[in-house]
Design a protein around this ligand. Structure first.
Ligand SMILES: C[S@@+](CC[C@H](N)C(=O)[O-])C[C@H]1O[C@@H](n2cnc3c(N)ncnc32)[C@H](O)[C@@H]1O
Length: 173
C-alpha cells in the first residue's frame, strides 16, 4: 500500500469547510434522492465513508432513527464532532486500514472519496465484505476524464484544463 496523503490535508480550516459545504450544496439533493431510492429507512445500519462536513451522515442518521445506526469514517473528523446524534459513531481512521468488521451494514455510502485513494480497487473489495446480503453499496464519484470547459476566456479554459489534469493524477498509484 502506498503512503497516502489526502490532497487537501493542510488546507486552512475555514477554506476546507467552505469547500466541503460547496460539495454538499451541489450534490446533496441528488445523493438524498439516490439513497431514498435504495430505501434507507428506520432501523438500517449504515456506513458513511469519508463523511467530510457531515450533511449526508446527519441526513442518514435522521432517516434510520433510533433503531438504526450510522458509522461515519474520516481521516479528518474535525467538522463532524459538533453535531453527532445518539445513533451515530464517528471513527477517525483511514478507510484503507480501519477495521469495521464484516457483514454489518445495510448501506455503505461514499461520495468524492475513492477519487482520492490510489488503491480505490482494493478499498472497494474491502467494502464488499462490509454489507449484509441484500445490502447496498452506493458510491458517487466524478469522472474528470469527461470534464470539458466550453465557454470562457482563453485563460479560464487553460486553467480549467490544468485543474482537470491535476485532479486526474490524484488517483494514479
Ligand atoms: C472531497 S471530500 C468529500 C466529503 C463528503 N463525502 C462529501 O461528498 O461531502 C473527501 C473526504 O474524504 C476524507 N478522506 C480522504 N482520504 C481518506 C481516507 N483514506 N480514509 C478516510 N477518509 C478519507 C477527507 O478527509 C474528506 O473529508
Amino acid at each position: 500500500m502506498t503512503d497516502h496523503h489526502y490532497v487537501f490535508d493542510g488546507t486552512k480550516e475555514q477554506a476546507e469547510l467552505d469547500r466541503l459545504r460547496l460539495l454538499e450544496s451541489s450534490f446533496d439533493p441528488k445523493a438524498r434522492q439516490r439513497l431514498e431510492n435504495v430505501g434507507v429507512s428506520d432501523g438500517w445500519h449504515c456506513l458513511e465513508v469519508g463523511a467530510g462536513a457531515g450533511s449526508i451522515m446527519n441526513w442518514i442518521s435522521e432517516k434510520v432513527g433510533s433503531t438504526g445506526t450510522v458509522v461515519a469514517v474520516d481521516t479528518d473528523t474535525r467538522f463532524l464532532l459538533s453535531s453527532v446524534s445518539s445513533n451515530t459513531v464517528i471513527v477517525k481512521g483511514d478507510i484503507r486500514t480501519v477495521d469495521l468488521g464484516r457483514s454489518r451494514f445495510d448501506l455503505v455510502h461514499g461520495r468524492y472519496i475513492l477519487l482520492h485513494i490510489p488503491e480505490f480497487a482494493s478499498v472497494l473489495e474491502k467494502m464488499l465484505l462490509l454489507f449484509k446480503p441484500g445490502g447496498w453499496l452506493v458510491f458517487e464519484e466524478p469522472d474528470f476524464s469527461a470534464a470539458r470547459c466550453l465557454v470562457g476566456s482563453e485563460d479560464a479554459l487553460l486553467a480549467f484544463d490544468r485543474v482537470t489534469s491535476a485532479v486526474e493524477t490524484i488517483t494514479k498509484p
